[in-house]
Design a protein around this ligand. Structure first.
Ligand SMILES: O=C(O)CCC(=O)C(=O)O
Length: 313
């Protein structure tokens, strides 16, 4: 079948590297509209009723309160760690204190919905890539990476956080501003999706909150982590222009550094996963669909991609 949007070279590069930068996926006007809408959401955010939930990413203190756990079907605001003093007061204006907005922008906000669920170019890309038989969207976020304090995104792969059996997560990450070496552009370890790198998964703990559950033995994890560490010099920093899309394979290792610059680095990101019976979404995952808001299909009713992915490459 003829390709609709991607080239064969792009598809090949995605499978080889585990990620692909697609320049100018969104035009200037559309990118600005999403950036302005993000800023409007920050302006409208009601700090008085907010529980001061910070977005923390460490192995021992990953965010996991009710405000976070119930955000899969809402638009909520997670604060930057360094923006909240020990007394719970913000040390800067609220617009500069939010780390991310999530996690149902693609369902609830008409503009984000238009560029996600109602985007013909995205459907064409999905048909060309054939990563999923029946892709559904979940977990949309605006990551603001605030000036000076925007926290680092430690090395990870996305299937750790959106676990399916077999793994099937695919990230879509759209730069809404220039992403540079000093404001926290993403970097990737090309080819790392081909090593078995999903060593743990992020779960809701039966005792409340969240934590990581190992998927391999401690010895195996050590070997895999040492191999990744020995390849750290191979990380590639991908600077981006506003409107560029980065496709991120769920198993590829990636990270972003702290934003030490005077400029914000807004990005819009969402994910897709495979649907049953070709993959099972796990009940332990932090984000759960609700009867009122099941995960939305990307392809039109009755249409499926004819290539079925199994496994992680
Ligand atoms: O935008 C960032 O800095 C981190 C994004 C990322 O790693 C992700 O969405 O998986």
């Amino acid at each position: 079948m003829a390709l609709e949007y991607l080239t064969q070279d792009q598809i090949h590069k995605f499978h080889k590297d585990g990620y692909l930068v697609i320049p100018s996926f969104l035009g200037k006007e559309d990118t600005n509209a999403l950036l302005n809408r993000s800023k409007q959401l920050l302006d409208e955010f009601d700090l008085d009723s907010h529980p001061r939930t910070k977005f923390t990413t460490g192995d021992d203190n990953h965010v996991g309160d009710d405000y976070f756990l119930a955000s899969g079907d809402k638009i909520r605001f997670f604060l930057e760690e360094d923006a909240v003093d020990t007394d719970g007061k913000l040390n800067r204006p609220k617009q500069r204190a939010v780390n991310k907005i999530g996690h149902a922008l693609h369902e609830l906000d008409p503009l984000f919905r238009k560029f996600t669920l109602e985007n013909d170019r995205l459907k064409s890309l999905v048909r060309d890539l054939k990563f999923h038989h029946d892709p559904v969207a979940l977990q949309s976020m605006v990551i603001t990476k605030q000036q000076q304090i925007g926290g680092e995104g430690p090395e990870h792969n996305d299937s750790t956080f959106l676990y399916t059996n077999p793994p099937s997560a695919l990230g879509f990450w759209i730069a809404l501003e220039h992403c540079t070496p000093t404001n926290g552009a993403l970097s990737f370890l090309p080819g790392s999706h081909l090593m078995s790198t999903i060593t743990k998964r992020f779960v809701r703990l039966p005792t409340g909150g969240t934590g990581f559950e190992p998927l391999v033995s401690t010895e195996e994890e050590k070997v895999i982590n040492e191999r990744a560490a020995s390849m750290s010099a191979d990380y590639i920093l991908e600077t981006c222009n506003p409107g560029d899309l980065v496709l991120i394979h769920g198993s590829v290792l990636h990270k972003s550094e702290r934003n030490t610059s005077p400029n914000t680095r807004f990005a819009y990101t969402f994910h897709m996963i495979e649907s049953p019976p070709n993959a099972e979404y796990d009940a332990k995952n932090w984000l759960q669909p609700t009867p009122e808001m099941p995960f939305s299909r990307i392809l039109p009713p009755g249409e499926f991609n004819n290539a079925i992915r199994t496994g992680t490459d």
